[in-house]
Design a protein around this ligand. Structure first.
Ligand SMILES: *[C@@H]1O[C@H](CO)[C@@H](O)[C@H](O)[C@H]1NC(C)=O
Ligand SMILES: *[C@@H]1O[C@H](CO)[C@@H](O)[C@H](O)[C@H]1NC(C)=O
Length: 338
Protein backbone atom coordinates (compact mmCIF):
# COMPACT_ATOMS: atom_id res chain seq x y z
CA UNK A 1 0.00 0.00 0.00
CA UNK A 2 1.38 3.39 -0.99
CA UNK A 3 0.92 5.19 2.31
CA UNK A 4 1.09 8.94 2.61
CA UNK A 5 2.07 8.66 6.24
CA UNK A 6 5.39 7.21 5.14
CA UNK A 7 5.65 9.91 2.49
CA UNK A 8 5.13 12.66 5.06
CA UNK A 9 7.90 11.13 7.08
CA UNK A 10 10.15 11.20 4.04
CA UNK A 11 9.31 14.88 3.44
CA UNK A 12 9.54 15.87 7.07
CA UNK A 13 13.11 14.73 7.13
CA UNK A 14 13.79 16.93 4.15
CA UNK A 15 12.16 20.00 5.57
CA UNK A 16 14.09 19.72 8.76
CA UNK A 17 17.44 19.72 6.99
CA UNK A 18 19.06 22.15 4.56
CA UNK A 19 15.74 23.46 3.30
CA UNK A 20 17.08 25.35 0.32
CA UNK A 21 18.65 22.21 -1.05
CA UNK A 22 16.20 19.66 0.17
CA UNK A 23 14.27 19.21 -3.02
CA UNK A 24 17.09 19.78 -5.39
CA UNK A 25 17.19 16.64 -7.44
CA UNK A 26 20.34 17.49 -9.31
CA UNK A 27 23.41 15.62 -8.24
CA UNK A 28 23.73 17.20 -4.86
CA UNK A 29 26.21 15.24 -2.81
CA UNK A 30 25.76 17.35 0.26
CA UNK A 31 22.58 15.54 1.10
CA UNK A 32 23.92 12.11 0.38
CA UNK A 33 24.61 11.11 3.91
CA UNK A 34 21.67 12.62 5.66
CA UNK A 35 18.62 10.88 7.02
CA UNK A 36 18.73 7.79 4.85
CA UNK A 37 15.43 6.26 3.99
CA UNK A 38 16.89 2.76 4.35
CA UNK A 39 18.95 3.33 1.24
CA UNK A 40 21.98 2.21 3.20
CA UNK A 41 22.12 -1.34 4.45
CA UNK A 42 19.95 -1.76 7.51
CA UNK A 43 19.57 -4.45 10.13
CA UNK A 44 16.68 -2.54 11.67
CA UNK A 45 14.23 -3.64 9.00
CA UNK A 46 12.62 -6.89 10.07
CA UNK A 47 11.05 -7.91 6.80
CA UNK A 48 9.64 -11.38 7.45
CA UNK A 49 8.07 -14.16 5.49
CA UNK A 50 4.69 -15.31 6.84
CA UNK A 51 4.27 -18.60 4.91
CA UNK A 52 1.80 -17.44 2.25
CA UNK A 53 2.30 -17.66 -1.52
CA UNK A 54 3.95 -15.13 -3.83
CA UNK A 55 2.90 -14.60 -7.45
CA UNK A 56 5.14 -17.25 -8.96
CA UNK A 57 3.22 -18.21 -12.10
CA UNK A 58 3.25 -15.92 -15.12
CA UNK A 59 0.73 -13.19 -14.32
CA UNK A 60 -2.16 -12.22 -16.56
CA UNK A 61 -2.73 -8.58 -15.73
CA UNK A 62 -6.11 -7.03 -16.52
CA UNK A 63 -6.50 -3.27 -16.46
CA UNK A 64 -9.85 -1.70 -15.66
CA UNK A 65 -9.88 1.92 -16.86
CA UNK A 66 -12.46 3.51 -14.61
CA UNK A 67 -13.75 6.88 -15.80
CA UNK A 68 -12.35 9.08 -18.53
CA UNK A 69 -8.82 8.48 -19.77
CA UNK A 70 -6.72 10.15 -22.45
CA UNK A 71 -5.17 7.74 -24.97
CA UNK A 72 -1.78 9.36 -24.31
CA UNK A 73 -2.05 8.49 -20.61
CA UNK A 74 -3.11 4.96 -21.39
CA UNK A 75 -0.17 4.55 -23.74
CA UNK A 76 2.33 5.56 -21.03
CA UNK A 77 0.86 3.07 -18.56
CA UNK A 78 0.62 0.23 -21.10
CA UNK A 79 4.23 0.77 -22.12
CA UNK A 80 5.31 0.57 -18.51
CA UNK A 81 3.50 -2.76 -18.03
CA UNK A 82 5.00 -4.12 -21.26
CA UNK A 83 8.44 -3.02 -20.05
CA UNK A 84 8.41 -5.28 -16.98
CA UNK A 85 8.89 -8.47 -19.01
CA UNK A 86 10.76 -7.04 -21.97
CA UNK A 87 14.29 -8.30 -22.48
CA UNK A 88 15.16 -5.97 -25.36
CA UNK A 89 15.45 -2.67 -23.53
CA UNK A 90 18.89 -1.16 -22.76
CA UNK A 91 20.15 -1.21 -19.17
CA UNK A 92 19.00 0.11 -16.73
CA UNK A 93 15.53 -1.09 -17.69
CA UNK A 94 12.22 -1.66 -15.96
CA UNK A 95 12.88 -5.41 -16.34
CA UNK A 96 16.21 -4.92 -14.54
CA UNK A 97 14.31 -3.18 -11.75
CA UNK A 98 11.87 -6.11 -11.53
CA UNK A 99 14.82 -8.50 -10.94
CA UNK A 100 14.85 -7.27 -7.34
CA UNK A 101 11.22 -8.37 -6.93
CA UNK A 102 12.16 -11.75 -8.36
CA UNK A 103 14.46 -12.39 -5.39
CA UNK A 104 11.42 -13.09 -3.20
CA UNK A 105 10.36 -16.73 -2.85
CA UNK A 106 7.66 -18.59 -0.97
CA UNK A 107 7.76 -21.83 1.03
CA UNK A 108 7.69 -23.87 -2.17
CA UNK A 109 10.96 -22.12 -3.16
CA UNK A 110 9.21 -20.48 -6.08
CA UNK A 111 10.46 -17.02 -7.01
CA UNK A 112 8.17 -14.20 -8.07
CA UNK A 113 7.59 -14.50 -11.79
CA UNK A 114 9.42 -12.44 -14.39
CA UNK A 115 6.43 -12.53 -16.70
CA UNK A 116 3.65 -10.03 -16.30
CA UNK A 117 1.48 -9.90 -19.39
CA UNK A 118 -1.12 -7.29 -20.14
CA UNK A 119 -3.86 -9.78 -21.00
CA UNK A 120 -6.98 -7.66 -21.16
CA UNK A 121 -8.43 -4.20 -20.69
CA UNK A 122 -11.89 -3.11 -19.72
CA UNK A 123 -13.25 0.39 -20.20
CA UNK A 124 -15.58 1.35 -17.38
CA UNK A 125 -16.16 4.72 -18.99
CA UNK A 126 -19.69 5.03 -17.60
CA UNK A 127 -18.50 5.07 -13.98
CA UNK A 128 -20.41 1.88 -13.06
CA UNK A 129 -20.18 2.69 -9.34
CA UNK A 130 -20.25 6.46 -9.48
CA UNK A 131 -17.70 9.15 -8.79
CA UNK A 132 -17.11 8.41 -5.10
CA UNK A 133 -15.69 4.98 -4.43
CA UNK A 134 -15.10 3.08 -1.22
CA UNK A 135 -12.42 0.44 -0.93
CA UNK A 136 -15.05 -2.27 -1.14
CA UNK A 137 -16.40 -0.75 -4.35
CA UNK A 138 -13.17 -1.87 -6.06
CA UNK A 139 -14.33 -5.47 -5.77
CA UNK A 140 -17.71 -4.56 -7.22
CA UNK A 141 -15.98 -2.85 -10.13
CA UNK A 142 -14.06 -6.05 -10.80
CA UNK A 143 -17.28 -8.05 -10.58
CA UNK A 144 -18.87 -5.70 -13.08
CA UNK A 145 -15.91 -6.02 -15.47
CA UNK A 146 -15.96 -9.82 -15.44
CA UNK A 147 -19.73 -10.09 -15.88
CA UNK A 148 -20.30 -7.25 -18.34
CA UNK A 149 -22.51 -8.25 -21.31
CA UNK A 150 -19.96 -6.83 -23.72
CA UNK A 151 -16.18 -7.22 -23.77
CA UNK A 152 -16.06 -8.70 -20.26
CA UNK A 153 -12.70 -9.55 -18.78
CA UNK A 154 -12.10 -13.20 -17.93
CA UNK A 155 -12.48 -14.14 -14.28
CA UNK A 156 -9.08 -15.69 -13.73
CA UNK A 157 -8.42 -16.88 -10.16
CA UNK A 158 -5.40 -18.99 -11.17
CA UNK A 159 -2.95 -16.37 -12.38
CA UNK A 160 -5.03 -13.25 -12.84
CA UNK A 161 -4.28 -9.86 -11.34
CA UNK A 162 -6.71 -6.96 -11.72
CA UNK A 163 -5.48 -3.37 -11.79
CA UNK A 164 -8.14 -0.69 -11.37
CA UNK A 165 -7.09 2.79 -12.46
CA UNK A 166 -9.43 5.67 -11.60
CA UNK A 167 -9.44 8.88 -13.64
CA UNK A 168 -8.79 12.47 -12.53
CA UNK A 169 -12.40 13.13 -11.51
CA UNK A 170 -12.98 10.07 -9.35
CA UNK A 171 -12.76 10.37 -5.58
CA UNK A 172 -11.69 7.28 -3.70
CA UNK A 173 -11.87 6.61 0.01
CA UNK A 174 -8.53 7.66 1.59
CA UNK A 175 -7.10 8.75 -1.80
CA UNK A 176 -4.90 11.80 -1.34
CA UNK A 177 -5.53 11.69 2.40
CA UNK A 178 -3.94 8.42 3.45
CA UNK A 179 -2.96 6.57 0.28
CA UNK A 180 -2.06 6.90 -3.43
CA UNK A 181 -2.84 3.25 -4.16
CA UNK A 182 -3.43 -0.07 -2.44
CA UNK A 183 -3.64 -3.77 -3.15
CA UNK A 184 -5.77 -6.50 -1.66
CA UNK A 185 -7.67 -9.59 -2.81
CA UNK A 186 -11.30 -10.16 -3.73
CA UNK A 187 -13.84 -11.97 -1.58
CA UNK A 188 -15.80 -14.91 -2.98
CA UNK A 189 -19.01 -13.33 -1.65
CA UNK A 190 -18.54 -10.36 -3.97
CA UNK A 191 -16.55 -11.56 -6.98
CA UNK A 192 -17.04 -15.32 -6.68
CA UNK A 193 -13.35 -16.11 -6.19
CA UNK A 194 -10.29 -14.91 -4.32
CA UNK A 195 -7.96 -13.08 -6.69
CA UNK A 196 -5.42 -10.32 -6.01
CA UNK A 197 -6.03 -6.81 -7.25
CA UNK A 198 -4.57 -3.33 -6.97
CA UNK A 199 -5.96 0.15 -7.35
CA UNK A 200 -4.11 3.36 -8.26
CA UNK A 201 -5.71 6.77 -8.74
CA UNK A 202 -4.80 9.54 -11.18
CA UNK A 203 -3.49 12.26 -8.88
CA UNK A 204 -2.68 14.88 -11.52
CA UNK A 205 -5.52 17.16 -10.47
CA UNK A 206 -6.44 15.98 -6.96
CA UNK A 207 -3.08 15.80 -5.17
CA UNK A 208 -0.05 15.80 -7.47
CA UNK A 209 2.19 17.12 -4.68
CA UNK A 210 1.52 13.97 -2.71
CA UNK A 211 1.00 11.17 -5.21
CA UNK A 212 2.94 12.52 -8.23
CA UNK A 213 5.95 13.68 -6.27
CA UNK A 214 8.69 14.54 -7.29
CA UNK A 215 7.05 15.94 -10.45
CA UNK A 216 4.82 18.23 -8.39
CA UNK A 217 5.34 20.24 -5.28
CA UNK A 218 3.56 19.40 -2.00
CA UNK A 219 1.75 22.67 -1.23
CA UNK A 220 1.06 21.70 2.37
CA UNK A 221 4.79 21.83 3.05
CA UNK A 222 4.21 25.53 3.63
CA UNK A 223 7.15 26.41 1.42
CA UNK A 224 7.25 27.51 -2.21
CA UNK A 225 8.93 25.21 -4.71
CA UNK A 226 12.67 25.76 -4.90
CA UNK A 227 13.67 28.27 -7.57
CA UNK A 228 17.00 28.85 -9.14
CA UNK A 229 17.51 31.80 -11.45
CA UNK A 230 13.79 32.43 -11.50
CA UNK A 231 13.14 28.98 -12.91
CA UNK A 232 11.29 26.26 -11.08
CA UNK A 233 13.61 23.53 -9.95
CA UNK A 234 10.92 20.84 -10.04
CA UNK A 235 11.77 17.65 -11.82
CA UNK A 236 9.92 17.37 -15.13
CA UNK A 237 7.93 14.26 -16.00
CA UNK A 238 9.71 12.02 -18.56
CA UNK A 239 6.54 11.39 -20.60
CA UNK A 240 5.16 14.87 -20.23
CA UNK A 241 2.18 14.05 -18.00
CA UNK A 242 2.71 14.76 -14.31
CA UNK A 243 -0.30 12.69 -13.27
CA UNK A 244 0.42 9.65 -15.44
CA UNK A 245 4.17 9.74 -14.89
CA UNK A 246 3.51 9.99 -11.17
CA UNK A 247 1.16 7.01 -11.35
CA UNK A 248 3.88 4.86 -12.90
CA UNK A 249 5.86 4.72 -9.68
CA UNK A 250 2.71 4.05 -7.64
CA UNK A 251 1.70 1.25 -10.04
CA UNK A 252 5.22 -0.16 -9.80
CA UNK A 253 5.00 0.06 -6.00
CA UNK A 254 1.70 -1.83 -5.93
CA UNK A 255 2.82 -4.49 -8.43
CA UNK A 256 5.93 -5.22 -6.36
CA UNK A 257 3.87 -5.49 -3.19
CA UNK A 258 0.97 -7.49 -4.57
CA UNK A 259 3.48 -9.95 -6.07
CA UNK A 260 5.34 -10.43 -2.79
CA UNK A 261 2.26 -10.30 -0.55
CA UNK A 262 -0.78 -11.16 -2.70
CA UNK A 263 -2.95 -12.56 0.08
CA UNK A 264 -1.41 -10.29 2.72
CA UNK A 265 0.25 -13.28 4.37
CA UNK A 266 3.69 -13.48 2.73
CA UNK A 267 6.37 -10.74 2.84
CA UNK A 268 6.00 -7.77 5.16
CA UNK A 269 7.64 -6.08 8.11
CA UNK A 270 5.97 -5.19 11.39
CA UNK A 271 3.55 -7.10 13.57
CA UNK A 272 0.31 -5.73 12.19
CA UNK A 273 -0.94 -7.45 9.01
CA UNK A 274 -3.60 -4.74 8.59
CA UNK A 275 -0.90 -2.06 8.31
CA UNK A 276 2.08 -3.94 6.96
CA UNK A 277 5.30 -2.42 5.75
CA UNK A 278 5.84 -4.14 2.46
CA UNK A 279 8.82 -4.32 0.10
CA UNK A 280 8.08 -1.00 -1.61
CA UNK A 281 6.88 0.86 1.50
CA UNK A 282 10.37 0.45 2.88
CA UNK A 283 11.79 2.50 -0.01
CA UNK A 284 9.26 5.27 -0.46
CA UNK A 285 10.89 8.32 -2.05
CA UNK A 286 14.06 6.42 -3.01
CA UNK A 287 14.85 6.53 -6.74
CA UNK A 288 18.63 6.49 -6.79
CA UNK A 289 21.84 6.23 -4.82
CA UNK A 290 22.19 8.63 -1.94
CA UNK A 291 18.44 9.13 -1.53
CA UNK A 292 17.08 10.29 1.79
CA UNK A 293 16.07 13.44 3.57
CA UNK A 294 13.70 14.41 0.77
CA UNK A 295 16.40 13.93 -1.86
CA UNK A 296 15.22 11.39 -4.43
CA UNK A 297 18.73 10.14 -5.13
CA UNK A 298 20.95 10.17 -8.15
CA UNK A 299 18.82 9.83 -11.26
CA UNK A 300 19.28 10.76 -14.92
CA UNK A 301 18.17 13.69 -17.02
CA UNK A 302 17.13 13.27 -20.61
CA UNK A 303 17.93 15.68 -23.44
CA UNK A 304 15.11 18.00 -22.37
CA UNK A 305 16.05 17.88 -18.70
CA UNK A 306 13.28 15.48 -17.62
CA UNK A 307 14.12 13.14 -14.76
CA UNK A 308 14.13 9.36 -15.10
CA UNK A 309 15.93 6.33 -13.71
CA UNK A 310 15.08 3.50 -16.08
CA UNK A 311 14.31 2.68 -19.70
CA UNK A 312 11.19 1.07 -21.08
CA UNK A 313 9.80 -0.18 -24.37
CA UNK A 314 9.14 2.25 -27.22
CA UNK A 315 12.12 4.33 -26.06
CA UNK A 316 10.18 5.42 -23.00
CA UNK A 317 11.85 6.67 -19.83
CA UNK A 318 10.32 6.16 -16.41
CA UNK A 319 11.02 7.30 -12.88
CA UNK A 320 10.29 4.37 -10.59
CA UNK A 321 10.99 4.04 -6.89
CA UNK A 322 13.34 1.34 -5.67
CA UNK A 323 12.27 -1.71 -3.69
CA UNK A 324 13.83 -3.59 -0.81
CA UNK A 325 16.49 -6.09 -1.85
CA UNK A 326 16.33 -9.02 0.61
CA UNK A 327 19.87 -10.19 -0.13
CA UNK A 328 21.61 -6.82 0.08
CA UNK A 329 19.25 -5.78 2.87
CA UNK A 330 18.75 -2.33 1.42
CA UNK A 331 16.71 -0.48 -1.14
CA UNK A 332 18.04 -1.16 -4.58
CA UNK A 333 17.42 -0.38 -8.23
CA UNK A 334 19.18 -0.83 -11.57
CA UNK A 335 20.54 2.73 -11.58
CA UNK A 336 22.45 2.15 -8.33
CA UNK A 337 25.98 3.53 -8.32
CA UNK A 338 27.36 0.62 -6.26
C1 LIG B 1 15.19 -16.60 -6.52
O1 LIG B 1 15.40 -16.15 -5.20
C2 LIG B 1 16.62 -16.53 -4.63
C3 LIG B 1 16.61 -16.07 -3.18
O2 LIG B 1 16.50 -14.68 -3.09
C4 LIG B 1 17.77 -15.94 -5.42
O3 LIG B 1 19.01 -16.37 -4.89
C5 LIG B 1 17.65 -16.35 -6.89
O4 LIG B 1 18.63 -15.69 -7.65
C6 LIG B 1 16.27 -15.96 -7.40
N1 LIG B 1 16.09 -16.40 -8.78
C7 LIG B 1 15.82 -15.53 -9.75
C8 LIG B 1 15.58 -16.11 -11.10
O5 LIG B 1 15.76 -14.33 -9.57
C1 LIG C 1 -0.54 24.02 -5.36
O1 LIG C 1 0.06 25.24 -5.76
C2 LIG C 1 0.05 25.46 -7.15
C3 LIG C 1 0.87 26.70 -7.42
O2 LIG C 1 0.64 27.70 -6.48
C4 LIG C 1 -1.40 25.59 -7.63
O3 LIG C 1 -1.43 25.81 -9.01
C5 LIG C 1 -2.13 24.30 -7.28
O4 LIG C 1 -3.48 24.41 -7.62
C6 LIG C 1 -2.00 23.98 -5.81
N1 LIG C 1 -2.55 22.65 -5.58
C7 LIG C 1 -3.34 22.38 -4.56
C8 LIG C 1 -3.81 20.97 -4.46
O5 LIG C 1 -3.66 23.21 -3.72
Amino acid sequence: MYKLQAFYYFLLLSLSCASSLAFSWSQNKRLFNQAKNYEGSSDLVNLEYHMGPVLASPVNLYIIWYGRWKPTQQAIIRDFIHSISSSSVPYPSVADWWKTARLYTDQTDSNITGNIFLSGEFYDSRYSHGGYLSRLDMQKIIKNAVTSPSRALPLNPHNGLYLILTSYDVQVQDFCRAVCGFHYFTFPTIVGVTVPYAWVGYSGSQCPGMCAYPFAWPNYSGKPPPRTKGDSNMMHAPNGDVGADGMISVIAHELAEVSSNPLVNAWYAGDDPTAPNEIADLCLGVYGSGAGGGYVGKVYKDYWGNGFNMNGVNKRKFLVQWIWNPLKRKCYGPNAMD
